[in-house]
Design a protein around this ligand. Sequence first.
Ligand code: GLP
Length: 261
Amino acid sequence: MEVVILDGADSIGALAADAITDLLKRRPEAVLGLATGSSPLAIYDELARRCAAGEVSFKSARGFTLDEYVGLAADHPQRYRNVIETELVSRLDFAPGAVQGPDGLADDIPAACAAYETAIADAGGIDLQILGIGTDGHIGFNEPGSSLASRTRIKTLTPQTRLDNARFFDGDLDAVPTHCLTQGLATIMSARHVVLVATGHGKAEAVHHLAEGAVSAMWPATILQHHPHTTVLLDDAAAGRLQLASHYRSTYRAKPPWQGI
Ligand code: GLP
């Protein structure tokens, strides 16, 4: 796991966008794993700027979102399909239908989850997965206690996550769904490169466990310690509880600039 501590969201967005731009140059038909939440927004803004400037194209690329609320109406602005459309897809040049998400309105939820796993596998797997992290260490919506070997399935959201996400529902906790569909931890682990972004003091404890804690279902993101290519991009506040912060900083400073993440 490479931990990179940068001076703010813009630097994080630029570095992650560099990795995606390089990937698409090498492999225009690359498959991206896309996350919602506020953490990836600086990446998406930078990708939109580069796409408008003709510096990168998503014409042949595909995307799979991480997770989805169960039961939100098709036109609900917080339905993750709609969020990813607004925040990202509408600002890039993906081909129509190139970005998919789990179907939180499916009648047969287990079948929809299995179909989603098949769709990812049929696309050749995810080349680069963008991730945020919840304050309780969840990735996607794999809450504490999730099986470390899980695949896409339905999960119950914890009270903490519903509280954290109420800000997207005008602060109305009752409006936050109780269930979600999420790629499992094993699904996420199958991605070839994982880029996890965290900013702000609120993420410091989860980041401490992620990078330096014991691997445990109680902090689901810790499974990434077993991933061969995970990059964790942090600002100073999110890195605030890392014991080895100065080592991560000096290691990254000494890295040749052409090497990337
Ligand atoms: C939600 C999403 C996660 C995201 C997390 C953190 O629960 N399902 O994928 O990583 O929130 O969100 P934020 O980046 O807004 O802090």
